[in-house]
Design a protein around this ligand. Structure first.
Ligand SMILES: [Mg+2]
Length: 236
């Protein structure tokens, strides 16, 4: 009997990759025009910096200012296309942040489902984000009313895939791990840690990735969040 659902946020409930790529391109276009450099090259340089940062994220980094980290990523991206100017990195980060907030949206398959999930389960949101950006993001997406617990890595002091953070989510939901399902798009961050903690797992494999070699499969794999109800119905 499933009593609780724990959702990842980025690329599980909202189309984060699309929104940050669009925001990066919009900021890169303005900067590139001012400096006579290629906007796509600048955008790609920023994406490499940002993707690398999120891939490497450990609990030592949480607690730093993500605003400053973002300025540093833009400074590195600008240097990559030959622009070395700290004030332009600040401007790029500001343009990016503003574009980011206007681009943000839940997947259409999530709209209208949250109230129903809320009526049937206790719900937690568990993200490896920073409170500085993710509290605002969660507010803009109007997610608070649907969740019994919202856990952000730097507020709880743990990052996925640390199994303790999944146990902490269960505690907050007052459910046992075998009564709880973790739903997320990253095998390494969302699924591996949740399995270790004894939760059920649904991998929302939005990028069509292969199961990492030698790793145990999740309980279910779906291509997009709209397929979650079908999986949940099997556990009723
Ligand atoms: Mg995610």
């Amino acid at each position: 009997m499933i009593r609780g659902l724990v959702f990842d946020l980025d690329d599980t409930l909202c189309d984060d990759t699309n929104s940050y790529h669009r925001a990066a391109l919009s900021a890169a276009r303005e900067l590139a025009a001012a400096h006579g450099v290629d906007a796509y090259a600048l955008k790609e340089a920023y994406i490499r910096e940002a993707d690398g940062f999120w891939q490497r994220l450990t609990h030592e980094e949480i607690g730093k200012s993500v605003g400053m980290l973002r300025v540093r990523m833009w400074a590195a991206a600008l240097a990559d296309v030959g622009v070395r100017d700290e004030s332009e990195a600040l401007r790029a980060a500001d343009l990016y942040n503003r574009a980011r907030n206007t681009n943000l949206a839940l997947f259409p398959q999530v709209e209208g489902r949250l109230a129903d999930w809320r009526a049937r389960y206790r719900l937690a949101l568990l993200t490896n984000g920073f409170a500085e950006t993710h509290r605002e993001k969660i507010a803009l997406l109007e997610l608070e009313p649907f969740f019994d617990a919202i856990l952000i890595a730097d507020e709880v002091g743990m990052v996925k895939p640390d199994p303790r953070v999944f146990l902490h989510a269960c505690q907050r939901l007052q459910t046992e791990p075998p009564q709880t399902v973790m739903v997320g798009d990253r095998y390494d961050r969302d699924i591996a840690g949740a399995m270790e903690a004894g939760l059920h797992t649904v991998w929302v494999n939005v990028r069509g990735e292969a199961l990492p070699a030698g790793q145990p499969p999740p309980d279910a794999v779906i291509a997009e969040i709209g397929q979650l109800d079908e999986v949940l119905s099997r556990w009723l």
